[in-house]
Design a protein around this ligand. Sequence first.
Ligand SMILES: [Zn+2]
Length: 148
Amino acid sequence: MKHDYYKILIEKRISGMISDSELHELNEHLKSCEECRHDLEEAEKMNKLLSGYKYKSPEDKLWEHYKSNIYAKIERGIGWIFFSIGAIILLVTSTFYFIRDFLLDNNVPIFIRVGVALLVIGIVILLISIIRERIFFNKNERYKEVEK
Ligand SMILES: [Zn+2]
């Protein structure tokens, strides 16, 4: 007879409708009752199985995938914006200081100034070339994917 009461508590626990005092009561009973412990395990297994099928239809999964894709894109977009702004600020200020404190500093021998200036210009040209190639390459890859 008393077990029936605990079966109801098990149902309540599974559906999340159980109160704290009832949960305490049930836990106390479970310590000493093998049968109810088993019932609870079975009910939890069943619940997992059911909720797995019920709440995640293929459409839901597709929608979730789509949503996480969108979030990832937004995150990456925001990341790139901050990155670009930071890079531009650093580039502009460091170029300014480089010209003011190094290229226009008469204490530094002219050959070193010209050498470093050419070096920096060379590196910048190489970087731009690499980035341009990378972008072109990416576009090409995407184009190929569309063609298939
Ligand atoms: Zn029991």
